[in-house]
Design a binder for this molecule. Structure first.
Ligand SMILES: C[S@@+](CC[C@H](N)C(=O)[O-])C[C@H]1O[C@@H](n2cnc3c(N)ncnc32)[C@H](O)[C@@H]1O
Length: 724
């Protein structure tokens, strides 16, 4: 498995159709639109495209002259070229440049976003196309027909994209060059691989032979070579494996090498490795070493994608639509200006947002006039998208437990002009549905370990340990139960919950969903509406079986889709959550309030869902004792405590010493558990001694001798007395 193959799989987005470029370059050069020519142009080769580009560049100045300072396409292209030559990347000159152009361009952009396009030549050429604005305001309409609405293949859209492509062809030509180079590299790589495989064909490569000298820095190239060799052997152990070496030996070797080469802890490397075949695991680890594409989301509350693209192209940004699956995303290839400081950014026309982050919101598909909760919302990428899909109507409650993060959230909400949003700062586990409930839809984009975003945060490689993979899923389960309980199952338009994480581990995804399915039989998994993009969730993992519908949840991986690792699950609430009816005396005022709002129907006998909560053991599923077993509260805290003790031991610390130190806030529970445990052990000691003495083993021997001596002394004394 070499880089070439990985590139093919993970690769950049599919190379652009050259025909589009040829056709549009012709248009750009002043030729009338001609569909037949465009079809013929499809077959042209790259050299033709280059030639046409030269023509278009020559034609461009005329246009820009005619346009003056307008947003003409030709000017845009020139500007890209000029900027590349004359605008250094240091911030001073960027600012200067922006100041010079800001008034005109920004003024125009505002006009465009309000639909009053300038009638100058360049802009006209764009505006004569079907505007995608109307479509792009709402990304998805009815939940019942999500695919139709979200993956529209309609003509207008592709036509608009062609326009965008035309406007951006300078960048796209470069992209084609890059794709060609990548292809050549791939071919080269494959040749090398083939040669390498020929060398070892028939041989059984001895990957165990070349141990690095202890104390010496490893030769990374050799290490990488050994990783690829071991992975190949694991793919055909029978033929390539050394006699006497088992699969476990090879896995152990490759895991150690992965830890050294990529810098993971053994614990995490193993966890991630186990998600895939060895070959795919390698692709995953490799993909974590390269950044994902930069993507921006158009804020349709302020502009539309076409106008935004136009404005940014004018500033020297090279971009293109992110893909058919989104009508609001733009992938940025190059930028002559800082994307977080353009006038368009400051005016809230877009937000920098990873492509995978769009998906949970698209799955939730909030509708205008609904009441929606975003449980863990900071810094607000998804909240603001929800607000835009709802066209600033209804109400979005954007909650986050972190006050500093909530500040960033408020900033984004203001910048993007979301007027239907209220920010709250509460621990969602306990606040909802107590404080508020009865929502039409709830998004839980849960706090997670971040194993899907290692390319952004390589610290995850070493910072996440056993304890995190117990404590975080524990919190996720609590949050998801609260999310379900906060939804109004009888909502006419909704009744949906979307659970998402930017982690790829099973503990944080399928296992959390499985847990809530057992705890809340009044929810079921439904289609996310995200089509075939991504892979199905696991229905079984390492001997554990999950609900068959788990395949309807979606997984996204950096090496497969070239997006951050992500998980999306959509649930539909079918009835009220069964609750044990408390006596009135025991009900607090807060609980009564919550019940009267969100759980109004709990007391309604007719609508009360009598479905019994399924057996804690699950429906014949093997959920006991595994690494992601039944996750009961007590079980969890014991496991978390155990993991904490292990962590401290690994650090060479005495868990008792550390955990028994008085603490003010965190860890009180584990401290209490720890001291309770040690007290119990203390109590147990005499019992052990007693028990042992009965059994005649170990410690009891000493005790018995002492006792015997004591007894003998006493006997001697009493004998003496008796003699006297
Ligand atoms: C993955 S981030 C959310 C990202 C956000 N949805 C977005 O798209 O911008 C998880 C968030 O959960 C918040 N969080 C952690 N524990 C929480 C809790 N108990 N209740 C509410 N929010 C919590 C964190 O502060 C963090 O901002």
């Amino acid at each position: 498995m070499g880089k070439g193959r990985r590139m093919k799989k993970q690769g950049p987005p599919a190379p652009l159709d050259e025909s589009k470029i040829s056709m549009l370059k012709k248009r750009k050069a002043g030729e009338p639109d001609s569909a037949p020519k465009a079809v013929a142009a499809k077959k042209r080769r790259r050299s033709d495209a280059d030639e046409e580009q030269t023509i278009s560049k020559k034609a461009a100045p005329k246009k820009s002259k005619a346009n003056g300072t307008s947003n003409g396409v030709a000017k845009a292209d020139n500007k890209v070229i000029e900027k590349k030559k004359s605008v250094p990347m240091d911030s001073d000159s960027e600012d200067d440049d922006m100041e010079e152009t800001e008034d005109d361009e920004f003024g125009n952009l505002d006009a465009v976003s309000e639909g009053s396009l300038d009638s100058d030549e360049g802009v006209e050429r764009l505006s004569d196309l079907e505007d995608e604005d109307d479509d792009s305001v709402i990304d998805s309409d009815e939940d019942d027909h999500p695919r139709e609405t979200m993956f529209s293949d309609d003509e207008d859209l592709s036509d608009a994209e062609e326009k965008l492509t035309a406007a951006n062809m300078e960048g796209l030509s470069r992209k084609l060059d890059a794709a060609k180079r990548a292809e050549e590299e791939e071919a080269e790589q494959e040749l090398q691989e083939a040669a390498m495989q020929t060398n070892i064909a028939g041989d059984r490569p001895d990957v165990f032979g070349d141990e690095t000298q202890p104390g010496l820095a490893p030769d990374l190239q050799l290490l990488r070579q050994r990783i690829t060799d071991t992975i190949r052997i694991l793919g055909d152990l029978k033929t390539l494996g050394q006699p006497g070496k088992s699969r476990a030996d090879y896995v152990d070797l490759v895991l150690n090498d992965i830890c050294t080469y990529y810098g993971y802890t053994r614990y995490l490397a193993e966890k991630l490795f186990n998600l895939f075949t060895p070959m795919e695991a390698f692709a995953f680890f490799e993909a974590n070493e390269t950044p994902r594409p930069v993507v921006i989301r158009t804020n349709t509350l302020r502009t539309n994608r076409r106008s935004l693209a136009q404005a940014l192209i004018n500033r020297g940004v090279v971009l293109e639509p992110v893909g058919k699956w989104s009508k609001v995303g733009l992938q940025v290839f190059e930028s002559a200006v800082p994307l977080g400081a353009t006038p368009e950014y400051l005016a809230g026309h877009y937000i920098l947002q990873a492509a995978s982050s769009f998906l949970p919101v698209m799955a939730l598909a909030p509708q205008p006039n609904e009441r929606v909760l975003d449980m863990a919302s900071a810094p607000g990428g998804k909240t603001t998208y929800m607000s835009a899909l709802m066209r600033n109507t209804g109400c979005v409650i954007a909650n986050d437990a972190s006050k500093p993060r909530a500040k960033g959230l408020i900033g984004n909400i203001h910048r993007l002009g979301c007027k239907n949003t209220i920010v709250t700062n509460m621990d969602a586990r306990t606040a909802f549905p107590k404080a508020m409930g009865g929502f039409d839809r709830v998004l839980l984009d849960a706090p997670c370990t971040g194993t899907g975003v290692i390319s952004k945060d390589p610290g995850v490689k070493t910072s996440k340990d056993e304890r995190d993979f117990l404590a975080i899923p524990h919190m996720q389960r609590q949050l998801l139960l609260a999310a379900i309980d906060s939804v109004d199952h009888s909502s006419k338009t909704g009744g949906y919950i979307v659970y998402s994480t930017c982690s790829v581990t099973v503990e944080e995804n399928e296992a959390v969903v499985q847990y809530v399915l057992r705890k809340r039989p009044n929810v079921k998994i439904v289609d996310t509406g995200l089509g075939d993009f991504g892979s199905p969730g696991f229905t079984s993992y390492m001997g554990k079986k999950f609900d068959a519908k788990m395949a309807m949840t979606r997984r996204y991986f950096p090496h497969r889709e070239n997006v951050d690792g992500f998980y999306v699950c959509k649930l539909k609430k079918t009835g009220p959550t069964p609750v044990v009816q408390p006596t009135h005396d025991a009900t607090s005022a807060g609980e009564r309030r919550a019940r009267s709002s969100s759980h109004a129907k709990y007391t309604d006998e007719e609508s009360y869902d009598k479905t019994p909560i399924v057996n804690e053991e699950g429906d014949g599923m093997d959920v006991e004792g595994g690494s992601f077993g039944p996750f009961e509260e007590d079980e969890d805290s014991k496991r978390i405590d155990r993991a904490e003790r292990n962590r401290l031991r690994r650090k060479g610390l005495n868990p008792k010493g550390v955990l028994n130190k008085p603490k003010k806030n965190k860890g009180e529970a584990s401290e209490a558990a720890e001291s309770k445990e040690s007290k119990e052990q203390e109590k147990k000691k005499p019992e052990v001694a007693k028990k042992s003495s009965n059994e005649g083993k170990g410690e009891k021997k000493t005790v018995t001798k002492e006792e015997k001596k004591e007894k003998e002394k006493k006997e001697k004394k009493s004998t003496k007395k008796a003699t006297k």
